[in-house]
Design a protein around this ligand. Structure first.
Ligand code: GDP
Ligand code: MG
Length: 393
């Protein structure tokens, strides 16, 4: 059974992206059908995938279907969205963090506007590996197919990927879904490429620790304890650290690490814990400051981001946003007033649009590319979701 076996296997998150009608959903169904033949998946039919359930995430409605399948080596969770806008929201909000994406391109059309938009978003949100699936080969001749492959490699290179090294698998998702034995080979090839080209997701217990403070309090005779959830890395008792954010820069040592008020030697990503911090005073700490290793992180107050504005129906605004729009930005455990500026030729962003914006914060905070945030208006309703694409000095 795939589910039982999955626990022992490396887990990867993948998804289909690409232009509407190029065959993303057909391919998703075909993968489950072919893998089901050897007990590596449960078949999920095309129409089950296409009537994607609505997901609520921070007030944003995203239609997405998650299917799962195994290769002999790995377990894959795969996301397919019905519409272009769902992809945009899914990618910007980081709802399904993809370790790699399968870019589906119909060889009958070649790359189209949404192919390029998804590729741009994938690059911005940090999807490091793309695999191209050239679909609908039953409808084109070899020459067209070869030309399409060359164009895709060039496009990938233009968008900052290694176009020459990118695996390109071609086939007919529809024929594979219909049980054509010859066409099924393209699914086997795709699975091989997923296994070999996508690196194992990095265990984030090994990267430098990042601990956003939720709150802090004094413990009699001991000092200050900061409470929060470790986003990544590992913190040990005795580690040196910096506390950055809200314009401050403090040096400290982790004098103790506690989980449920019990002292422990270390904590790892995902754990909620208390850190006893040496050499800091209660009034120096604030919610949203980041505890990190010395000289690793930096605070900024200016950055570029890709932002999606919710529609009225999604709980967003009914009016467009123009340069100089000021609202509260939320990220990790902090929130702060932020000003959003647009650059010509963009004059405004309509609800339902996404675009590149420039954001200025009132104070310096620890920011990194690919960090997610939301913008909420005074009544606490989320009006936008964004991802930082680059930091500005
Ligand atoms: P999506 O919008 O990218 O999810 O595209 P769909 O999977 O819904 O496919 C769009 C249309 O293309 C459907 O009518 C499919 O049956 C058809 N289609 C998908 N793959 C193939 C293929 O390999 N060959 C042919 N001839 N048609 C295909
Ligand atoms: Mg679809």
């Amino acid at each position: 059974a795939p589910v039982a076996a999955a626990r022992a296997k490396v887990h990867c998150n993948v998804g289909t992206i690409g232009h509407v009608d190029h065959g993303k959903t057909t391919l998703t169904a075909a993968i489950t059908r072919v893998q089901a033949k050897t007990g590596l998946a449960k078949f999920v039919a095309y129409d089950q995938i296409d009537k994607a359930p609505e997901e609520q995430r921070r007030g944003i409605t995203i239609n997405a279907t998650h299917v799962e399948y195994d290769s002999p080596l790995r377990h894959y969770a795969h996301t397919d969205c019905p519409g272009h806008r769902d992809y945009v929201k899914n990618m910007i909000s980081g709802t399904s963090q993809m370790d790699g994406a399968i870019l589906v391109v119909a060889a009958t059309d070649g790359h189209m506007p949404q192919t390029r938009e998804h590729l741009l978003l994938a690059k911005q949100i940090g999807v490091s590996h793309i695999i191209v699936f050239l679909n609908k080969t039953d409808l084109v001749d070899l020459e067209t197919l070869e030309l399409c492959e060359i164009e895709m490699r060039e496009l990938l290179t233009d968008y900052g990927y290694d176009g020459l090294a990118t695996p390109v698998v071609s086939g007919s998702a529809l024929k594979a879904l219909e049980g054509d034995l010859e066409a099924e080979k393209c699914i086997a090839k795709l699975m091989d490429v997923l296994d070999s080209y996508l690196p194992e997701p990095r265990r984030d217990t090994t990267s430098p620790f990042l601990f956003p403070i939720e709150n802090a309090f004094s413990v009699a005779q001991r000092g200050i304890v900061a409470i929060g959830t470790l986003v990544r890395g590992r913190i040990k008792k005795g580690d040196s650290a910096e506390i950055l954010g809200h314009g401050s820069e403090l040096k400290t040592v982790i004098a103790d690490v506690q989980v449920f008020r019990q002292s422990v030697p270390f904590v790892e990503a995902g754990q909620n814990c208390g850190l006893l911090l040496r050499n800091v005073k209660p009034d120096q700490l604030d919610r949203g400051m980041i505890v990190c290793p010395p000289k690793i992180s930096k605070a900024y107050n200016h950055f570029k981001a890709q932002l999606y504005f919710l529609t009225k129906h999604e709980g967003g605004r009914n009016k467009p946003v123009r340069s100089g729009y000021q609202q509260q930005m939320f990220s990790y455990t902090w929130n702060m007033e932020a000003r959003i500026d647009l650059r010509p030729p963009m004059e405004m962003l309509m609800p339902g649009d996404n675009g590149e914006v420039y954001v200025a914060l009132r104070k310096h905070m620890v920011l990194e590319p690919q960090q997610r945030f939301t913008i909420r208006e005074a009544n606490q309703s989320t009006v936008a979701t964004g991802v930082i694409t680059s930091l500005l000095p």
